[in-house]
Each structure stands twice: as C-alpha cells, then as structure tokens.
Design a protein. Structure first.
Length: 723
C-alpha cells in the first residue's frame, strides 16, 4: 500500500490548501444554506444537548470549513493539520455531540470483551480513540486492572488533550497517548471471490446513492471512505464477527462493526473440524493411510477452506469461532434465499420422549436428525447417556440460527435468563444478552439475531413463539377462542388438576368451537392454510385420508383423554398459552438439563449444525458412521412417481452403519415409501400406529411411526491365501 503522506500530497487538489476561489462562491453559498437545514435537523436529533453546544458543533462542521482562513495547512503534515483545524475548537464538546452521531462504539466494546479469552495483562491500542471516551466505556465493562497498557491513537492533538484531562484525575498509570496516521473505513465492499471470509452478507451492500453521497461528504474533510480499506482488513485477518449497520440520524450513515484475528490461527483446526463434520477418523493428513486417501470424505467447509488457502485468503469465518457447532454453507446460493431470512418452526412438533423409548439412545450412538427448532436435538443431548455426536440438518439457515442461539445461551446466561428467553419467549434488553452470547455463535447467526432478536423477544410483544410460520396455528387458535369468548375456558383447561376436569372442559366448552365444519372448511381443509400455517404440503395432505376434519378430531380427542395439558403436554400447552410453564416444558429447559449443559464435559459440544440437503450431508459423511437417523415426516412430501425417495434411501444406506436404524413418522398408517426401504434391504416395522380413539405420543399428529433397520453385514469367508 502506498505511503499515506505521498497519497495525500499527490491526490488532494491544491485549492483545498488556499481557501475558496472566486468561482466557488456560489457553491459556498449553497453549502451554507444546506448547512442551515442540516443544523436544524441536528438540533432535532440532539435536542437533549444544550443549544450552544449544538450551534458550536454546526459552526465547526458546516460553516467554518469554508472560510479561507480554515484552509491553511502545514507543509509537513497536511492531513494532520487539516483534521486538527477541524477538531481544535470543538474538542471540548466532541463527546456530547458524537454520542448520537457515532453509533456502534459501545456495542463493539461489549462484542470485543465477550470474545477475549485471556483477561489479564491485556494491551489495547485504540486507533482513532480521540478523547478517550472508548477507554472510559471499556472500563465500565472490563475493569482497568485487566490491562497492562492502553494506547489511544489519534491524529488530533486537541482530542488527545481531552483524553489527558479525562484520565489525569483518575490515577491511571498504564495508559499511553500516540498521535499518528490512521486509515478510514469503507461504506461498501466488493465480495466477489471471498464471500465466505466476511462473516455474513446481511446489510453489507450499501445502495449507490448512499455510497456516493457519504463518500463525497467525508472527502470534503479529508476522510476517505474507500471500500479497499475493509477489503484489505478482511484479507489480512480472519473474520470472527461482522455487523453492517446504519445510523439513521442525518440520513442513514453506513457503518460496520468488525472483529477479527490472525488468519493463520485456525490452521491446526482445519482437519479436526472436517473430521467433526464428516465423522472421519482422521484428524490430520498424515493419519490417512495411502490406500484410503481418495476415499476420505471432506465437508464443504473443508473444500472452501482449502480453496481459500490456495489463494492466500483467510478461512471461512466459521473456522475462527470459539465454538465449532456450525458447518460452513454458502449463503449466496439461491436455495437459501427462498426462506427470506425467516425460520419456519419456532418450536419442534415431535415428541422426543417417544423417540428415546423407541430408539434407546446410548453414549456410543452417532445420530443425525432434522434441526427444526432444535428442541429435540437438545432433548437427546440432555439424556443420562447422550449420543457421542448429534448431527442436525436443515436447509433453512434460520433454523440453524435458532439452535445456535439456544446453544450460546447455555454457554453464557443463567438459568433464569434462559427461561425468560425460551420459556416465556420474551426478555428485556435482548441486545445486551446477545452481545454476551456472541462469542459462542457464528457471525451469520449473530447478524441474524442482531437484526431480528430485539423485536422477536420484545417484552411488550407476543414473544418468540409467535414468530416464524409456526406462529399461525397459535394466532388462529387464540383468535378463535377470543372471538368465541372462550379465554377463561382455555385457562381452565391449562390449569386442570384432574383428567376428569380436563375432559369436561374440552367436551362441553372448547371442542365444538375448534372442531366444527366451518372451521374445518375454511382452515383445516384449505391446502393454502395447511402449507403456510401447518407446514403440510399437498402430497402429505393426500395421505391423511378423505376427511381432514376427522383426522384432526382423531388427533385431539385422544390427547385430551390420555395426557394432562397442564403438566404433561407442553406441545398443546404452548399452543394455548403461547409460552411454557416451569412444570411443563421441553427437556432442555429443566433444571437437570441446565446442570448437564453447563458442566465441563457438556454434551452440547458434540452437536454439529449442517445447512444443506439431507442427501448432501449423507454423501459427505464417512461410510457407515451413523447409527441412528431421525428423518421426521419429510418423506411424506415426496411424489410417489418421483425418484427422490430412492435417492435419499441410497444415500442414507451408505452413511448408516450395519444394524443402524432410521426412525420416521408419517401422516399415513402405511406410507408408500416403506416398500422402497425394504427393497434396499431394510427391515421395517411400525413402532406405533394410531387407531381410532388412541394417542401414540403427546403430539399425536401423525398416523404412524416406523423403524427401519439396516441388516448386519454377513462375515465374508476369507481364503488361506488372503490370511
């Protein structure tokens, strides 16, 4: 990169050194008028600040720079002199006016502290630190005793003088002040060829009009917002976290928060992370026998990392995270954009208690399951003998973001804070909790929750469980009971102490309102509602039989007769109340799960999150490495005439160990694709079939649950020559 001094002397027009020429008078007058308008806008934005302070700020920013006397620069340090002229008369009011204009400083400090692994003898260089405001804020987050030295770096001696005065009376002895050249920041960047290194693209693209306006605006004050600044930063360092934001005061000023590290830091983890994603037994290249070099499976993240390494680029951002739950995915692919930054399921609609009863998980199992909202994944991890590894797969990136949030919560928050977030579905000041959790999340998930989390968990809103597509059943149920004036009866059902009381409320007060022909025709029998609200596509709906109304009645009536909604069925309790109770909640929200998840050998460390098609994950896993696959009901979605079922069973067969088991659920009592499993040699038996008046689990939404077992391979007779 060229020398900064020569860059300034070569590129800056000489007229900026001499003041305004005669030809520029018209432009100056127009500028002054515009400055007057801006002054009024600023005063409105900063109305909590003294009027004199606001006008002093506006004078220095919009009037004084155009006076000829303000254009003189020193010959030996033109850039420094220009900035000093700009700041010298407003240094004393800098902090009070910039609190509204310079966003992201406090959040960036909290983000940094959450990622610091060594908390003693820290050395902090605050480039562009100016008045020392950042240091003062940092000390409120991380006390001064943790720092060996703090250096504030800035071009303006006037701002640094404010810093000296700020710390003079506080007895600080381990700080230094240096005045030197600093580079500016970008407003936009071209990510072609390095998209996987930048930690997520959310908000990264800045519209042309904003790029052009703010670049020209800052260049007038000798500050250059060139995209190359950030490009170079992301080339020289590995990206840990990245946020792309706007300050809406004065018209959407783009800014970013970035956290990075030495890009070669994770080279030793490269093959270990690949092994964790593919179940490869080999952790480094030298472990691989020469006869197996071509058969060792590699993950997509490993391929991306090797491609970056060949071009001297940092690894994908996923590699630099503190926890390696998430497997890299290319977020630019259209297949991920179809979900429009929204998860479908805010809660999981399958009963994990029955899963364990059928499968009998052990500590030797390697499990693959569909992610959904992650509730069942965490339930498997909370077992007394949790599986040695749990692979979660979902094509929707946002489902992975939701599971990441839950994993990060157990790494960072107290049990009561976790309960507020996922039990009540609401928590005050979510962003502060997110910054605390950030070290245990991927940059993509962090970007998602920074954008959507405050509204999702807003204490004044409906809460987490009224988000995603799964919110619609909750909203419709609440609306129907509200319109019918049945709210008190819903409370009575949810608080019932005996089965007799529960049945009475259901039969006499609620059933006729929910199970009636009008509701059935408009909603339950409506293909659009089934897909958008309940996630039931046309192929699956056709398996339910001729009467969807009867299917729903056969679902709900047995539930009321077998399980207490108040304390033994958190699925329907959530639908009716919009939240859980501490005596009726998913396994991961219990006290015992919290103790297990926060222990030193937490089973959460054995979870891997894949954002991909099932077939792609199966094909990249080491052959015969899975012992259990739980594929929910998604095969109901396939067409009987298509090849999707056979393709998935073939891929699954390759990854599944001999004796391995596949568990699935279906809206049909006899799913057509069971024959396809049997053609591949699987032994298929129904683990549960729903008959009239019976419930097969606490959800009872499916007509059957099946177990498909891969046969053990026969021992091959070996000849004496082979021996």
């Amino acid at each position: 990169m060229e020398n900064v001094s020569s860059f300034v002397s070569d590129k800056i027009p000489s007229y900026l050194e001499k003041g305004l020429s005669q030809e520029q008078n018209s432009s100056a007058i127009l500028t002054v008028v515009l400055a007057g308008i801006i002054t009024a806008a600023i005063y409105s934005a900063l109305k909590k600040i003294k009027v004199g302070t606001v006008f002093l700020f506006c004078w220095n920013c919009f009037f004084k720079p155009f006076l000829p006397s303000s254009k003189r620069r020193s010959d030996h340090a033109p850039q420094q002199q220009a900035l000093e002229t700009f700041y010298e008369t407003q240094a004393s009011i800098y902090d009070s006016t910039r609190s509204a204009l310079l966003k992201g400083r406090e959040d960036s400090l909290k983000l940094l502290v959450s990622h610091v692994q060594k908390i003693d003898n820290l050395v902090w260089v605050d480039v562009g630190g100016g008045t020392g405001h950042n240091v003062e804020q940092m000390i409120s987050i991380l006390p001064l005793k943790h720092f060996k030295a703090i250096y504030i770096v800035d071009l303006s001696s006037s701002l640094l003088e404010v810093a000296r005065q700020r710390f003079e009376g506080q007895g600080f002895t381990n700080e230094g002040l240096i005045c030197c050249v600093d580079f500016g920041i970008q407003s936009s960047a071209n990510t072609i060829g390095k998209v996987n290194t930048v930690g997520g693209l959310a908000g990264r693209h800045v519209p042309w009009i904003l790029r052009t306006f703010w670049r020209a605006w800052f260049e007038a004050d000798r500050v250059f917002l060139d995209p190359a600044r950030r490009d170079y930063l992301e080339y020289r360092f590995g990206t840990i976290k990245s946020l792309n934001l706007y300050n809406n005061i004065l018209g959407r000023i783009p800014y970013y928060i970035w956290l990075g590290c030495d890009k070669s830091k994770s080279s030793s983890l490269l093959y270990r992370i690949n092994a964790l994603a593919t179940e490869s037994p080999y952790l480094v290249p030298k472990d691989v026998p020469s006869s197996e070099v071509l058969t060792v499976k590699t993950s997509k993240s490993h391929e991306a990392a090797m491609s970056n390494e060949s071009r001297n680029l940092p690894y994908p951002s996923m590699y630099y995270q503190k926890d390696i739950y998430r497997v890299y995915y290319d977020e630019q692919k259209p297949v991920y954009r179809q979900f429009k930054d929204q998860y479908i399921y805010a809660f999981t609609w399958e009963d994990p208690r029955e899963d364990d009863r059928i499968l009998h998980f052990t500590k030797d199992d390697t499990v693959l399951a569909i992610t959904s909202a992650g509730d069942n994944i965490l339930s498997y991890a909370s077992l007394s003998s949790p599986p040695r590894r749990i692979h979660c797969v979902d094509l929707n990136p946002c489902q992975g973001h939701l599971l990441e949030l839950k994993l990060a919560a157990f790494k960072s928050l107290s049990r009561e804070e976790i309960w507020q977030m996922f039990g009540e579905g609401k928590i005050d000041n979510f962003k502060n909790y997110l910054l605390r959790m950030s070290a245990h999340m991927s940059s993509n998930a962090f970007q998602f929750w920074y954008k959507y989390g405050p509204k999702t968990f807003d204490i004044k809103g409906n809460g987490l469980y009224f988000t995603g597509f799964s919110k619609w059943p909750l909203k419709f149920t609440r609306y129907i009971f509200k319109m019918a004036g049945m709210g008190d009866y819903v409370e009575e059902l949810c608080n019932a102490k005996t089965m007799k009381q529960q049945r009475l409320v259901w039969q006499t007060k609620l059933r006729s309102k929910l199970l009636n022909p009008v509701f059935s025709t408009l909603f339950i029998g409506n293909p659009f509602f089934l897909w958008k609200a309940l996630g039931v596509p046309a192929n699956q709906a056709s398996l339910m039989g001729s009467s969807v109304f009867k299917y729903l009645a056969d679902t709900l009536d047995p539930i009321i007769n077998k399980y207490m909604i108040s304390d033994d069925n958190y699925f329907y309790y959530l639908c009716l109340k919009g939240k859980y109770s501490k005596s009726n909640c998913p396994d991961y929200l219990t006290k015992s799960a919290f103790r297990k998840f926060t222990s030193n050998d937490s089973p959460l460390n054995n979870i891997r999150i894949h954002t991909d098609y099932l077939n792609d994950v199966f094909s990249r896993m080491t052959k015969h490495s899975l012992t259990i696959a739980i594929i929910m009901d998604h095969m109901d979605w396939f067409s009987k005439e298509g090849s999707e079922a056979n393709e998935e069973i073939e891929a699954l067969d390759g990854a599944l160990a001999p004796g391995g088991r596949v568990m699935l659920r279906s809206a049909s009592k006899s799913p057509w694709y069971i024959k396809n499993f049997e053609e591949f040699g699987f032994k298929c038996t129904p683990a549960a079939v729903r008959e009239d008046g019976t419930a097969i689990d606490r959800v009872n939404m499916y007509a059957s649950t099946w177990l498909c077992e891969k046969p053990l391979e026969k021992a091959r007779n070996m000849s004496t020559l082979e021996l």
